[in-house]
Design a protein around this ligand. Structure first.
Ligand code: UDP
Length: 389
């Protein structure tokens, strides 16, 4: 075929092929990013992770048309001297590696802090020392609680945007006390953000920080007992999927009153793709990536997922589809919660022209169809074995 027309960046310049060192490429976000880069660009990816289950179709072995485009490097960034070599050979490093399931923050606070701060340090250092660009994945949790959450419940100011909309360059980071170990994650992420920002200010590191707001979709987390630890507690999408697959009531923590905005993983990946290919617009920025139009309470999410799953599976919902549990029962001592998370979209809009597209209903349909197809048979087998023994 005739050579494809060169793709252009947002300023009309041809996009040069990049070599990307992607740390944590085998996770939920990494797997979608690898697929995107393989399908739509000619960049080369060094996929670094301790597992490759979610990208096996891309790397084990790489299909013929991707030979030379993607390679898997099984290594732990905690203790592997190959890491610096890979960063040096790449133009850009993307760091996705971290413990990021809330059930771990208060029960494994040391692992959480080490994983999110200490283990990320060498990555930042190698990028800075070798003048390599870094895209670092942080979290919307660095905002902590909203200012409005400290007002009385019926206070009119709670309805004013300035009391809850989260802005990258203006909103404060508001965490609970140290005994609320939930905030170990947010605090570690905040400190690594500050360190990266300081490397930019003092040593000229070219960085972009991404703050994901509840990205969800296929391959997120794990289904306990099927492809993850049987006692493990994943994030809410996988918890509720697991309950629906097993025909158990969905558990609403502390009444399910917390609010979240959910964005479809494929929309969010578009934003990351734009950051990769528009360094002049992305360097030095912190970006919220979320969908402010998809806000629900956790209770509303449970209701929607119950309804959508009934359509997908053809099984009617349970008579009692939800039950309340306390956070202490569900997560243990030291849990706390973010009340509300509405991302301000001004910066990402201005710099990258990005907007999320997929409404919550549509993304739940796609995701629950995937969950049903992927897990239903395995769960049936497992449940019939358990009842036979
Ligand atoms: N949650 C819940 N039931 C579950 C799992 C989570 O009610 O089975 C709640 C949790 O307390 C929080 C929200 O759902 O208010 C989102 O939790 P998630 O683990 O997805 O992460 P977060 O958004 O807090 O980072």
């Amino acid at each position: 075929p005739a050579a494809a027309a060169a793709r252009l960046d947002l300023d009309g310049n041809p996009i040069a092929p990049l070599t990307i060192c992607m740390i944590g490429a085998g996770g939920f976000i990494g797997s979608h990013l690898c697929e995107k880069l393989m399908a739509e660009t000619n960049h080369v990816v060094y996929a670094v992770d301790v597992y490759c289950d979610k990208i096996r179709h891309l790397v084990d072995p790489a299909p013929p048309h991707l030979q030379g485009r993607i390679s898997f490097h099984r290594l732990n960034i905690k203790n592997d001297s190959r890491l610096e070599g890979l960063i040096k050979m790449a133009d850009l490093t993307i760091n996705l590696a971290a413990i990021c399931t809330p059930a771990d923050y208060n029960t494994r606070p040391l692992d959480t802090i080490y994983s999110n701060f200490i283990d990320a340090l060498p990555v930042v250092k190698y990028c800075s020392e070798n003048n390599k660009r870094l895209i670092h994945f942080s979290t919307c949790e660095v905002y902590g609680k909203t200012i409005g959450s400290f007002l009385p419940t019926d206070h009119p100011l709670r309805k004013e945007a300035e009391f809850y909309v989260l802005k990258e360059d203006e909103s404060p980071c508001i965490f609970g006390p140290i005994v609320k170990q939930r905030w170990s994650y947010a605090c570690a992420k905040q400190l690594i953000e500050r360190l990266i920002f300081a490397e930019g200010a003092e040593n000229g590191l070219e960085f972009t920080i991404v703050r994901p707001f509840n990205w969800i979709g296929p391959r997120m987390d794990f289904i306990p007992g099927v492809d993850g630890p049987s006692e493990g507690v994943p994030r809410v999408l996988a918890c509720f999927s697991n309950n629906l697959l097993r025909r158990e009531p969905l558990k609403l923590v502390d009444g399910g009153q917390s609010q979240r905005t959910f964005v479809y993983i494929k929309d969010a990946i578009e934003a990351v793709h734009l950051m990769i290919e528009n360094p002049a617009r992305a360097n030095g920025q912190i970006f919220n990536v979320g969908n402010p139009n998809n806000e629900v309470t956790v209770r509303q999410l449970a209701e929607m997922m119950t309804e959508v799953y009934a359509n997908v599976s053809g099984e009617p919902p349970l008579d009692e589809p939800m039950i309340d549990v306390s956070s202490k029962q569900f997560y243990g001592e030291g849990y706390d919660d973010s009340d509300k998370r509405i991302p301000d979209m001004t910066i990402i809009n201005k710099q990258l022209g990005w907007n999320p597209k997929t409404p919550l209903k549509d993304l739940l349909e796609t995701t629950l169809t995937y969950q049903h197809k992927t897990y239903k048979e395995a769960i049936k087998r497992q449940m019939s074995q358990a009842s036979a023994s």
